[in-house]
Design a binder for this molecule. Structure first.
Ligand SMILES: Cc1cc2nc3c(=O)[nH]c(=O)nc-3n(C[C@H](O)[C@H](O)[C@H](O)COP(=O)(O)OP(=O)(O)OC[C@H]3O[C@@H](n4cnc5c(N)ncnc54)[C@H](O)[C@@H]3O)c2cc1C
Length: 388
């Protein structure tokens, strides 16, 4: 089948790209090896799809080339996507921090994108395994369903997270085939783990969550952390995991709103145990374990001035070194990917291989938690869809 555009990957980015190109009158085929369209949209946001963030700025994205995302994000904004939902009468609400969720199930967003694809004349091929991609002026794609040929090929196969619903390294392999550089990849927005000896004292705290500020380098997030059997999770940990570097410590401010040194000074004659005193602000079970591990859980009048200072410093800066992450099976995204220095920020086209485009998560642009990754998928898909 000879067409204008072949798009491989019918997730968020691939569908948006197909809609735009189809609406421009281009003949488009959208291929995916999975049985069902856009499985990640289906499971996203706990089944309610956090489809964008109304506070999106380029600063919400991680990339070795931080300015790359500016152009695409400026051309397709959260309001554009909200307008599309309104056209289809799909209700939505802001949950917190600009995070926009559907009122109904994520399936509504998939049905909307499917409807837009069909109206734009996009031909969809599911359960379509790609066996080979060649280029000899045109791109030639051999698959389990058909042989396709087009002047434009868009790779929208996403990252490595959640392989059980279809993630593969296909996009990176195509980049290697055409000598397009790839930056280092790693799981992002992912729970962190600790070695069994480090974590043993905290195992019984599984299920406890507390609001903290978690920092790594210049990046800080004020949100909950959640204790698990293997380590730490919760929104603040997922956020910082995308920035965290192996072997380095996380810095956790357990009492971001308290001047705990002053409060301890005021209680320096008290016979209250430190753990009981801290239980005013922290879960008691956590306070006891933490004190026992880091300083001994004594009566407040047992500590001298220097020790109270040290306790306060540790509470405001608990340093703990993760051993790793739970990996791609549980990660929401893949950080890193196609090196943006090889792509046009306006069209997502490879400068060294005209006609070849990369969009969405396969590219080295990773959003923070909160709807930013879909916004990048829509915006990069839109940019390529207007160029192919
Ligand atoms: C559990 C979970 C929840 C999430 N929740 C949110 C959220 O609420 N908000 C948010 O912004 N982000 C969320 N994300 C991240 C978001 O889903 C992704 O960043 C986004 O889907 C990326 O879009 P994409 O189109 O680039 O890739 P994908 O949506 O991953 O689509 C890639 C497509 O390519 C196909 N494919 C892969 N390999 C091949 C191959 N070899 N041949 C043919 N087809 C192939 C796949 O089957 C898939 O359909 C979540 C992620 C996960 C895992």
């Amino acid at each position: 089948m000879k067409v204008d555009v072949i798009i491989i990957g019918s997730g968020a980015a691939g569908m948006m790209c197909a809609i735009q190109a189809g609406q421009r009158g281009r003949s488009v085929v959208l291929l995916d090896h999975a049985k069902k369209l856009a499985e990640k949209i289906r499971i996203s946001g706990g089944g309610r799809c956090n489809f964008t963030n109304i506070n999106t700025t380029p600063e919400n994205f991680i990339s070795t080339n931080p300015d790359f995302c500016r152009s695409a994000l400026a051309r397709y904004t959260p309001q554009n996507f909200i307008g599309l939902l309104q056209k289809y009468g799909i209700g939505f609400h802001e949950k917190t921090l600009g995070q926009m969720f559907c009122d109904q199930e994520s399936e509504a967003v998939i049905a909307m994108l499917r409807g837009e694809c069909d109206t734009a004349g996009v031909k969809r091929f599911m359960s379509c395994a790609v066996s080979e991609v060649k280029h000899d002026g045109n791109f030639k794609v051999s698959t389990s369903r058909e042989f396709f040929e087009a002047a434009s090929l868009v790779i929208a196969t996403g990252g490595l997270s959640v392989p059980k619903i279809g993630a593969t390294p296909f996009g990176y392999h195509i980049a290697e085939q055409f000598n397009i550089p790839i930056t280092k990849i790693k799981p992002g927005l992912v729970p962190l783990t600790f070695t069994p000896d480090v974590w043993q004292p905290y195992v019984d705290l599984a299920g406890i969550s507390l609001e903290t500020t978690v920092s790594f380098g210049k990046q800080s997030f004020r949100e909950n952390i959640l204790f698990t059997h293997r380590g730490l999770s919760g929104p603040a940990i997922l956020q910082i995991s995308s920035y965290w570097q192996h072997g380095e410590a996380l810095h956790i401010n357990l009492l971001p709103d308290c001047d705990i040194e002053a409060l301890l000074d005021r209680q320096k004659s008290s016979k209250k145990l430190l753990g009981n005193f801290l239980a005013q602000w922290l879960p008691k079970k956590f306070a006891d374990v933490w004190c026992t591990q880091l300083i001994q859980n004594q009566a407040l009048n047992q500590y001298n001035d220097k020790q109270r200072k040290q306790i306060a410093a540790k509470l405001h800066d608990w340093q703990i070194v993760p051993s790793g992450t739970v990996g791609y099976n549980k990660a929401e995204v893949t950080c890193g990917g196609i090196d943006t220095r090889a792509l046009s920020s306006k069209t997502m086209e490879c400068s060294a291989m005209p006609g070849l485009h990369f969009i969405g998560e396969v590219v080295d642009v990773t959003g923070q938690l909160g709807g930013y990754n879909f916004q990048w998928a829509w915006a990069s898909g839109y940019a390529a869809g207007h160029a192919v």
